[in-house]
Design a protein around this ligand. Structure first.
Ligand code: HEM
Length: 228
């Protein structure tokens, strides 16, 4: 305890010679804790440490009055925002020193044009709903009375605008009634007239449900030449 007080006193005034610190008389402590060993080693270190930078800095200051910085020592204020640098429609990253209030590039840059899709403008009355209504109308859209066994040579005979058949995954459809309703245009669809269009169809729009779209146009199924 005595050593602790001595170190505390010394910490308060380091200029004092530790040998001159008046001795402090303390009454012997009552040791009611049998586990803990008390002694001089329990004295906490001086805080801040005797040879610390804080203590050295505190000692160097002549008085406790806070130092007031002069004009030259103060940090200069930020430059005023340059309004002249704000030009609407200016593209590019604002150069250093220009105002941070400049409008973000994204707001002044025209949005990129979407990639041109292969869709064509359908004639009035030839939208997807119109096609759905035509399918429901009960009209014979297949052009045949019954389902046929179609050979490749038979398929080839139906390749004109007014009589176009095409096969998709073994199923043969009469595509003529669908031509004006095709969102990709008649010309594109006519590329598969009289032949197997499975590959081209899958490459263009595999997500389209052809079995549903053309169910009323089903002509028959592909068979080999000899099987007819
Ligand atoms: C008879 C079978 C076919 C049916 C039922 C059909 C149906 C469709 C449908 C529903 C769309 C609109 C797709 C969408 O908006 O996501 C479409 C678009 C298109 N189709 Fe077809 N199609 C057929 C065959 C073909 C073939 C054989 C070609 C190519 C030679 C083709 C070329 C296109 C193109 C270029 C588009 C526009 C693609 C786009 O919007 O990105 N179609 N077709």
């Amino acid at each position: 305890m005595a050593s602790y007080l001595r170190s505390w006193l010394y910490a308060q005034n380091p200029n004092v010679d530790p040998s001159n610190v008046p001795s402090i008389e303390t009454s012997p402590e009552e040791d009611d804790d049998t586990e803990t060993v008390h002694g001089d080693d329990d004295a906490p270190p001086a805080f801040p440490a005797v040879n610390s930078a804080q203590r050295a800095a505190a000692g160097s200051q002549s008085d406790d009055i806070p130092q007031i910085l002069t004009e030259n020592q103060l940090m200069p204020p930020p430059p005023p925002p340059s309004l002249a640098a704000r030009r609407p429609g200016t593209l590019g990253v604002p150069s250093a020193g220009s105002s941070s209030l400049l409008a973000p590039i994204t707001t002044i840059k025209p949005p990129p044009q979407p990639a041109k899709k292969g869709k064509v403008a359908l004639a009035p009355g030839h939208g997807p709903l119109d096609w759905a209504n035509l399918k429901k109308s009960g009209q014979n859209l297949r052009g045949t009375d019954s389902l046929l066994r179609v050979t490749p040579s038979m398929l080839k005979e139906h390749r004109t605008r007014d009589d176009a058949w095409s096969s998709f995954s073994g199923k043969v459809y009469n595509i003529t009634p669908y031509l004006p309703y095709h969102p990709g245009g008649e010309k594109e669809l006519m590329r598969v007239a009289g032949r197997d269009g499975t590959k081209l169809f899958a490459l263009t729009h595999a997500w389209v449900n052809i079995d549903y779209m053309l169910d009323e146009c089903l002509v028959g199924f592909m068979v080999s030449e000899s099987a007819s």
